[in-house]
Design a protein around this ligand. Structure first.
Ligand code: PLP
Length: 484
């Protein structure tokens, strides 16, 4: 660096680094030298280097990762919104989608596969397993009879009390007696659907959506009506309003807070409008809030349920993504349909194991859940950012990826005419599992998209697998361009 040049020293350093980033000498995701190392290299003070790094941060070129250092921000473009089609038809779920789902799930059981597809974090990196094990041990030592007693719905009062208390963080005023514990979030959604629909009815569903909702709707004999969902602003409320006004749907399932797979949250005003629309047209909203506590921001955006004045919102969630997937502990507050759901729950699966529910209840009471969530959210935000950087580095030019505001999923759109299903099969042959976008599609769209999970340790296996998928995408893309 030339101190005789005009501009302050920190600006000169920032300019030099910015030029290196633009040239690609410092690629997306690359780690900058530590402040101390740069100070030695450039013979500058620590404060000067720090000021330069902060300037680059303000310019959106680099990002600080807690306890790790400064990294070049990914310059991957975000996907653009689809054209909103208000004239969506009700359709049954396509069998080909159901078969593909089975193939992806089968890879999860195989040790030698690298999974980039499923939203199933594993291990103590993401879950407080040791603390939960200690709590469960204490509970069983004190009350060994718990395992020889049938639990009955609605399940552990301790846990329901904690769920109600935690509901305040999402703006909801829930009462413990209105909460029904379920076998994961899936059972909560299924019970809600069974309470409000009959076979042959139609459910409005986001497009793209959580893939497992499609087989569930099919098994209940329900048709789906796909609703356009913007990668940044989520569900199209104009489309919802048309469907409600024309009585095309008997229920709506949506993930307004941290959508799977888009990672977006609908704006606050849209949440208020959605709650109003459901009340006005008297159609239930099944709000899937499983990722609602995995928001990266300092404060939590409220749930749509927070604005529900007349019980038309049925909110469903679970602790599968935050505490213990194996416990299968979910819950539901079914609003005006609570009595119907209560009866369905007992005939569906009895009650959830008391020892598991009491363990989670105790953790929520005294185990440091807030601290755990803060750490988890920082961890996922950093993983998502690193994976976006790897995508920018290894995938073909023209690839776009969402910028999630929570959770651990990234929706990737590949340049046309590349087909994600071909990439899926090519990756499968190398024992890498990715999720083609068509699995998340209730309306046959997203042949060029895929969903990637950032909920596994980003070790050399993960990084190699992602690099290979990018290389395979480049090869397939050039083949399909030549064939045109
Ligand atoms: C959006 C969404 N809803 C529901 C579920 C199912 O949750 P659970 O495992 O608690 O049944 C998942 C799991 O991946 C999900 O991503």
């Amino acid at each position: 660096m030339n101190p005789t040049l005009s501009g302050t020293l920190y600006q000169q350093l920032a300019d030099e680094l910015a030029a290196a980033i633009k040239r690609g000498t410092l690629p997306s995701g690359a780690k900058l030298p530590s402040v101390r190392r740069s100070a030695q290299n450039y013979q500058l003070s620590l404060n000067t280097v720090l000021a330069a790094y902060r300037l680059l941060e303000d310019q959106g070129l680099i990002q600080a990762r807690p306890q790790s250092g400064y990294y070049v921000r990914s310059r991957l473009p975000a996907p653009v919104a689809q054209v909103v089609d208000h004239d969506q038809q009700a359709t049954p779920t396509q069998p080909v989608v159901l078969d593909l789902i089975s193939t992806v799930l089968a890879t999860q059981q195989q040790q030698d596969f690298i999974d980039l597809a499923l939203a199933c974090p594993r291990g103590t990196d993401f879950y407080p397993s040791h603390k939960l094990a200690r709590l469960m041990g204490q509970i069983l030592r004190r009350q060994p009879d718990m395992i020889s007693t049938y639990a009955l719905p609605p399940g552990s009062l301790k846990l329901r009390t904690q769920i109600a208390r935690r509901g305040l963080d999402l703006g909801m005023n829930l009462q413990a007696q209105d909460i029904i514990l379920t076998h994961g979030c899936m059972e909560a959604i299924q019970l809600a659907l069974r309470a409000v629909t009959r076979p042959g009815d139609s459910a409005g569903i986001e497009s793209p959506t959580y893939f497992n909702l499609l087989p569930m709707l099919a098994s209940l004999g329900l048709n789906t009506v796909a609703i356009p969902t913007d990668p940044n602003t989520g569900l199209s409320l104009d489309a919802v309003e048309v469907l409600l006004a024309e009585k095309h749907i008997q229920a709506l399932i949506a993930m307004p807070t941290i959508h799977n797979p888009l990672g977006c949250t609908i704006p606050l005003a849209a949440k208020q409008r959605l709650a109003r629309l459901m009340t006005q047209y008297q159609v239930p909203l099944i709000e899937d809030a499983i990722y609602a506590e995995l928001q990266y921001g300092d404060s939590l955006a409220p749930a749509v349920k927070a604005f529900d004045e007349d019980g038309w919102v049925m909110i469903c969630s679970s602790y599968s993504k935050t505490l213990a997937p194996d416990f299968r502990l979910g819950w539901l507050q079914a609003g005006r349909f609570a009595n119907t759901v209560r009866k369905l729950k007992f005939s569906s699966s009895g009650a959830e194991p008391m020892v598991l529910a009491e363990t989670v209840g105790a953790f929520l009471e005294t185990g440091g859940y807030d601290h755990h969530l803060r750490t988890l959210n920082r961890h996922y935000a950093s993983q998502v950012d690193q994976v976006r950087g790897l995508i920018a580095r290894h995938f073909p030019a023209g690839t776009c990826a969402t910028v999630p505001v929570g959770g651990f999923l990234i929706w990737v759109e590949l340049p046309e005419p590349l087909k994600a299903i071909e990439l899926f099969h090519a990756a499968l042959a190398e024992k890498i599992s990715i999720m083609p976008g068509s699995l998340c599609s209730p309306d046959g769209r997203y042949s060029n998209a895929l969903r990637l999970s950032c909920c596994y340790p980003l070790n050399e296996h993960y990084q190699y697998a992602l690099m290979r998928v990018g290389q395979l995408a480049s090869t397939l893309l050039s083949h399909s361009q030549q064939a045109k």
